[in-house]
Design a protein around this ligand. Structure first.
Ligand SMILES: *Cc1c(COP(=O)(O)O)cnc(C)c1O
Length: 223
């Protein structure tokens, strides 16, 4: 099936309130344009330089989401245009995003990444750390960021029960934290679910899925 057909298929399977982020990392601009011409406007990338290059080349009404692990010294390269940063997992990073956003007179939307997977390799904060971060005076003073929700990645496993439990943990964390809305914490988004598990994620309350290979085909990291 073509990229356009894959997109159409996925869209027909997901409820209207679920935002589809087309994960285009490692894929050429031609592929992104094909998705764009099929109506897709939100794309996710995990490397700042690659995303910035694509932003420069592609139509400016695309919304770029940074979904990868982010180093503080790379924030400046995307501060002008990034529309949502999914993987924020420390106050230091949030502070840097705020600083760079201020330079461009912008407010940058962010999601806090919660560690829901058993795997040690996955990044993220514990629910308690997220609570602390959201309720610190230092965070309250950041005027150029808006934390619009939470993001999580389940363990890479065939064990559906485990993935289900991890998604439920993100949803329950969201439900607890959402009662404490502040000036720069306005939670509406639960970003969870990828090609292999987005249906299960939606059943568990996800309203933003990040889908790559089911749209663009498998990735080759060696090119
Ligand atoms: C690559 C990636 C995805 C998409 O993965 P697929 O399995 O190709 O759908 C989603 N989220 C994050 C954080 C990723 O790095």
């Amino acid at each position: 099936m073509s990229i356009a057909q894959n997109l159409q298929q996925i869209k027909s399977e997901i409820p209207e309130n679920v935002t589809l982020v087309a994960v285009s990392k490692t894929k050429p601009v031609e592929d992104i344009l094909e998705a764009y011409n099929a109506g897709q406007r939100i794309f996710g990338e995990n490397r700042v330089q690659e995303m910035t290059q694509k932003w420069q080349e592609l139509p400016k009404d695309i919304e770029w989401h940074m979904i990868g692990n982010l180093q503080r010294n790379n924030v400046k390269y995307m501060a002008e245009y990034v529309s949502l940063i999914h993987g924020v997992d420390s106050f230091k990073l949030l502070k840097e995003i705020n600083k760079q956003a201020e330079k461009h007179s912008r407010v940058i939307n962010c999601l806090l990444q919660i560690k829901i997977a058993q795997e040690n390799t996955k990044a993220g904060m514990t629910p308690e750390e997220a609570y602390q971060l959201l309720h610190s005076k230092e965070t309250a003073s950041l005027k150029n960021i808006n934390i619009t929700g939470l993001m999580g990645m389940a363990t890479f496993t065939d064990d559906q029960k485990q993935v289900d439990e991890e998604f439920k943990l993100l949803k329950s964390t969201f439900n607890k934290l959402k009662n404490y809305t502040t000036l720069n914490f306005n939670p509406t988004t639960i970003s969870m679910g990828m090609s292999g598990d987005y249906q299960l994620a939606i059943e568990n309350g996800s309203n933003m899925i990040r889908v790559g290979s089911s749209i663009f085909g498998s990735r080759n990291y060696n090119i």
